[in-house]
Design a protein around this ligand. Structure first.
Ligand code: NAD
Length: 500
């Protein structure tokens, strides 16, 4: 059985830990590797390596740091297929979807290549007589990233390209469920010429995470994962004096107004609900239909579309299926138990994804596309994140009721509205309580030069990922007020300094 290593100081480094975690191919259900879960001492050693690399990297000119990232981007593009295959085999998502994840991650690398511009600060001449003022955006030191299983390339790329471009060094703790693609990114960074120790990968579980949250040498922690862990990470890191951003779970609603283009709605909803087997933090898991006619027509169309869907292994199958399995057996069981629960709670199960098998892949962790109608807000299948291919249709009598549903929900990651009426869309944009909003766009994931993040319990901490917030998160601002020449003499002034 292959044991996956850490990557520290630009070298694959095998952990000596006796704790191991299995890595599966979810399409076949076979264990394909194991990953050693690093000890606290190994995690501390990785932080030490990153700390030692900081002195030189932080003083390296921003243009030189950016050039390493330009090279890294070219290497990822050259090796895109290998990377996509690593993602698909361990995560289960289909190959072309894995390629899409890489593209969205690379956009953050492109943004980070512009760091000389993005971090150049501000300058004001003559803020007082002969006095000028400017800001410096300086790196923090060692930063840590902790990522979820569902985007093993894109989510780490939300974090480390901006962090290292800003002059920080980094310790990345990927998900133990699918760490190979993140490890491969570390190899490509080394090949791109990133100095040893600037980017390190430590595999592990809570033991490693707790070191990253408490070790005084770590200055900032960037986390993406489920809400309970996000809350824990944010509160522990903050209590230990660190800067923290922690993105959590989601339950994204799509509002369908009676004037929306029905064909566009169905096509958009199919991809947004079932793409990547629903294991996306921006997946649409609730369709809010305004009016019974909208709901009845939508259910009929969705049933037809679902009947055409192909589900299968993410790689090695032609033509490529629309969606693959979910990530582990435990997760498959969790999703199936939510379907049981929905039935018990009285939702109308229109398409049942239980007892779903794929020929030749009988042991794979598959869940068929599932559709519930007449879901209500007091049901747990509505309130909780299922993170699988399960779409809940909720019926609302009007726009206000639909908006209220979203605003009352615990989560506020993404949302969208489908309508041809600009007035309704504008009201939605202004009043909906969610961080990322789509208008006739089902998955409104912001581009890298904007910021990614939700509201409410989908995020802990004020700053979102990448874009201007990313640069703010990974730099510390210093404001200089200076007088040149020093020839101007003034007497002692015991009052608050003001411009006279
Ligand atoms: P998870 O919370 O189980 O794990 C995330 C990371 O935390 C992993 O690296 C894991 O090893 C670590 N971890 C797990 N338990 C821990 C503990 N007790 N103490 C310390 N660390 C721990 O999440 P997951 O199942 O890997 O990913 C799916 C979740 O991530 C979903 O809730 C999804 O909505 C969320 N997600 C959110 C976003 C977003 O942008 N808001 C993006 C992607 C995924």
């Amino acid at each position: 059985m292959k044991t996956l290593s850490n990557f520290i100081n630009n070298e694959a480094t095998l952990s000596q830990s006796s704790k191991k975690s299995p890595v599966y191919n979810p399409a076949t259900g076979e264990q394909i590797a194991e990953v050693a879960l690093s000890t606290a001492a190994e995690t501390q050693a990785a932080i030490g390596v990153a700390e030692a690399a900081f002195a030189e990297w932080s003083k390296t000119p921003a243009v030189i740091r950016a050039r390493v990232l330009f090279k890294f981007k070219a290497l990822v593009e050259d090796n895109r297929d290998k990377l996509a295959e690593l993602i698909s085999i361990e995560h289960g998502k289909v190959f072309s979807d894995a390629q899409g994840e890489i593209t969205r991650g690379l956009e953050v690398v492109e943004f980070a290549c512009g760091i000389p511009h993005a971090s150049k600060g501000e300058y004001s001449l003559n803020v007082g007589s002969g006095i000028d003022s400017n800001t410096l955006m300086q790196p923090l030191g060692v930063c840590a990233g902790i990522s979820p299983f569902n985007f093993p390339v894109m989510v780490p790329m939300w974090m480390f390209p901006v962090a290292i471009a800003c002059g920080n060094t980094f310790v990345m703790k990927p998900s133990e469920k699918d760490p190979s693609s993140t490890l491969y990114l570390a190899e490509l960074l080394a090949e791109a010429g990133l100095p040893a120790g600037v980017f390190n990968v430590v595999n592990g579980d809570k033991e490693s995470v707790d070191v990253l949250l408490t070790d005084p040498r770590v200055q900032a922690v960037s986390f993406v994962g489920s809400t309970p862990i996000a809350e824990y990470v944010y509160s522990t890191a903050s209590a230990n004096g660190k800067r923290a951003q922690a993105l959590g779970g989601a339950k994204n609603h799509m509002v369908i107004m009676p004037d929306a283009d029905p064909d566009q709605v169905v096509k958009s909803l199919m991809g947004a609900a079932y793409g990547s087997a629903g294991e996306r933090c921006m997946a649409i898991s609730v369709a809010v239909c305004v009016g019974d006619d909208v709901a009845d027509n939508l259910i009929t169309s969705l049933k037809d579309e679902i009947a055409q869907m192909k589900v299968g292994a993410g790689t090695g199958v032609t033509p490529e299926p629309h969606m693959g399995p979910v990530v582990t057996k435990a997760h498959q069981e969790k999703v199936l138990s939510y379907i049981d629960l929905g039935v018990k709670e009285g939702a109308d199960l229109v398409v049942d994804g239980r007892n779903f098998t794929v020929d030749g892949y009988e042991n794979g962790f598959f869940v068929g596309p599932t559709l519930f109608d007449k879901v209500t807000k007091n049901m747990r299948v509505y309130q909780e994140e299922i993170f699988g291919p399960v779409l809940c249709v909720v019926r609302a009598k009007d726009f206000d009721e639909a908006l209220q549903l979203i605003n009352d929900h615990e989560f506020g990651n993404g949302t969208s509205i489908f309508t041809r009426d600009g007035d309704t869309a504008r009201q939605f944009e202004e009043n909906v309580k969610a961080g990322m909003v789509g208008v006739n766009v089902p998955i409104p994931v912001p581009m890298a030069f904007h910021c990614f993040g939700g509201w409410k319990r989908s995020i802990f901490g004020p700053l979102h990922m990448h874009g201007p917030d990313g640069v703010r998160f990974f730099t510390r601002m210093k404001t200089i007020t200076k007088r040149w020449p020093t020839g101007i003499r003034a007497g002692a002034d015991f009052n608050m300094p003001t411009m006279k």
